[in-house]
Write a protein that binds this ligand. Structure first.
Ligand code: PBG
Length: 322
């Protein structure tokens, strides 16, 4: 027998020499949920170990993460019902806690990479990412103007990257132009290029209290059955000026990550979403899976598929253990 592939697996030292993929803390972005009340910290029911944090708590959390080597954060606002309306006005109100907090975070941690979320759903009384008309349709072009105001307000706080997660057509180009004409040509766009209408977002909507009040998101988020359509979305985002192309969720969409990686030169991001995190936690709580080992394997498989950057709720745990 000339070929014995097992020789390259015979010891940890040999295995580590031939290992093709390695996840490092620098690959990871940690999503954070911001609460209005500054000194509050509330665990998300469906996401063990993940907390919604007021600004004070979040500053300490970021400090701790930075020491562990996590330097990129995606901050999402938890908006109380009383602040929500049809047109998401709070999303571009300078005195709103999310925008004030972003400014403070950037002041305290200028060396961190702070990513914001651009979509109407946390601020919308309809719970949709876009503007809803009286027949329940999501209005594309009218939404772009609201997203542009939101983007500008976020850019003014000094953040590094905006993350449009809304899936309206033309939004990357529209937001790129809005940023550029206002002197924010250095603010990057991490576009949620292939964002699927997935059932894995449940725990996130729990955390933000942002589930749609009626209908679903299938007229704007992609059909989970489609891979080739991701090429159309990604190509448009490249032409419109995106800096990163994201696939979301990650685990059930590894083929999409690979397809985008093979077809585009921009960095590929993958969002290891809330449901993917919670599933592992739940099985681990039952003693059915070993959480750390499975999470490591999950991150590894997402990177192996082609992701350069991974957004994961597991980021801090990973950093602690590596
Ligand atoms: C909304 C948004 C969602 C997530 C990120 N931004 C949920 C949705 O589209 O309903 C999901 C993230 C996760 O599940 O971890 N614009």
């Amino acid at each position: 027998m000339n070929n014995r592939p097992r020789r390259n697996r015979k010891s940890e030292v040999v295995r580590s020499l031939v290992r093709e993929t390695k996840v490092t803390t620098e690959d990871l972005i940690f999503p954070l949920f911001l609460l209005e009340s500054p000194s509050t910290s509330i665990e998300v029911n469906s996401m063990p170990g993940i907390y919604r944090l007021g600004l004070e708590k979040m500053l300490s959390e970021i400090e701790e993460c930075m020491r562990l080597g996590i330097k990129s954060f995606d901050v999402f606002p938890v908006v109380e019902e009383k602040h929500k309306d049809k047109t998401a006005t709070k999303s571009y109100d300078d005195s709103f806690f999310y925008l004030k907090a972003l400014r403070k975070i950037k002041q305290e941690f200028p060396e961190a990479c702070i990513i914001t979320d651009v979509a109407m759903d946390p601020y919308s009384s309809d719970g949709h990412d876009g503007l809803v008309d009286k027949n329940g349709n999501i209005l594309n072009d009218e939404t772009l103007d609201i997203l542009a105001k939101m983007t500008l307000a976020q850019a003014e706080t000094g953040i590094d990257v905006i993350g449009p997660s809304d899936m309206m057509d033309g939004r990357v180009g529209h937001l790129r132009q809005e940023l550029d004409v206002n002197g924010f040509e250095n603010v990057s766009i991490m576009s949620y290029s292939a964002k699927y209408a997935s059932s894995f977002y449940g725990p996130f909507r729990d955390a933000l209290d942002s589930a749609p009040k009626s209908g679903d998101k299938k007229t704007y988020q992609m059909d989970p059955a489609n891979q080739r359509e991701a090429l159309i979305e990604a190509e448009l985002d490249v032409l419109e000026g995106a800096d990163f192309l994201m696939v979301k969720p990650a685990l059930s969409y590894l083929d999409v990550i690979k397809t985008l990686k093979d077809n585009f030169e921009l960095p590929i991001a993958a969002y290891n979403v809330s449901g993917e995190y919670s599933m592992v936690c739940a099985a681990a709580e039952k003693g059915w899976l070993e959480k750390d080992a499975v999470m490591n394997e999950v991150l590894l498989s997402i990177k192996r598929a082609g992701a350069d950057v991974i957004l994961s709720y597991y980021a801090k745990e990973f950093a602690k253990k590596s």
